[in-house]
Design a protein around this ligand. Sequence first.
Ligand code: PMP
Length: 353
Amino acid sequence: MTKNWEKNIRKVVPYVPGEQPNKANMIKLNTNENPYPPAPGVFGALRAFDTDGLRRYPDPTAHVLVKAIADHYGLEEAQVFVGVGSDDVLAMCFMTFFNSGQPILFPDITYSFYDVWAEEFRIPYQQIPLDEDFQIRPGDYVVENGGIIFPNPNAPTGNLIPLETVEEIVKKNPDVIVIVDEAYIDFGGVSALPLIEKYDNVLVVQTFSKSRSMAGMRIGYAMAQPQLIKYLNDVKYSFNSYTMNPLTITLGAAAVADEVYFQETTKKIIATRERTKAALRELGYVFGDSMSNFLFVTHPALSMEQLFEDLKRKDIYVRHFKRPERIRNYLRISIGTDAEMDILLEALRHYPD
Ligand code: PMP
């Protein structure tokens, strides 16, 4: 029998993260993690970490981390907000900025957390179809709306839109907040960060999970004009003041400090991506020109859902999305090391034998 309290429960259909299997010889290309370890300085900072400090509550402003990020990008500290991964930052943004009652806009094929947050926070939304090449059509975002969010490069397609197109969307929507989710921008994209000096309605959100090899540490950040950052902090403090723990703050700051390592590893991933594109093309796979650390591929003669299962049986994990229908015959394949991609390519060369 349904209880009376049932009707008052906030029911949500949750976001489903990629599997996190833990097998010795698996090839894990399903959650866009970085195949290389965090910067060596992170290990040094971990060894020097004073556990006695854990007695105390952390610095609620996460000053050391905020300053490291601000210095790195040449910003004021007041222009940086940090959170527990960009998922946390984006959730805070939804709660803070999308309250007009008008539908917010995002692409129909995009990060599948956006509609989950919109549902959870009761924000009306409209999913704008990508064109037949899975590209954002900027003109579609010039309609009355309650805010806009899109990843650039988009996920799971990997397609990048140029800075001028991002600017056009921001410029044409001066009355709402536009969030550019740049989780994958460091793999060859041009960041919209310069726009935050020019426009008071844009936020750029990035993460340590991909290009800085720190998915397990959970660090994300938003950059914008101080007024927007203040609004975000007000909501954060009204929710949980201590989102960032001292170890995260310390190791995060160490990760930002090592620019050489960052450049080296992102360059390696880009090179592996381009090599993988060439090899997949030879095998008849079809895909857009991804500028991220993953490829979004299909094959005119193969079932991607079947391939997903068959690869999994060989402990090669990639990602398949059953919805939306338009992407059902696609796989998202994260870029691993050269050796990992070789194993995948070898399996594909012999597929389905
Ligand atoms: N945005 C996009 C587009 C993503 O693909 C992801 C990774 N799942 C995130 C945000 C969140 O990443 P994180 O919370 O690890 O920073």
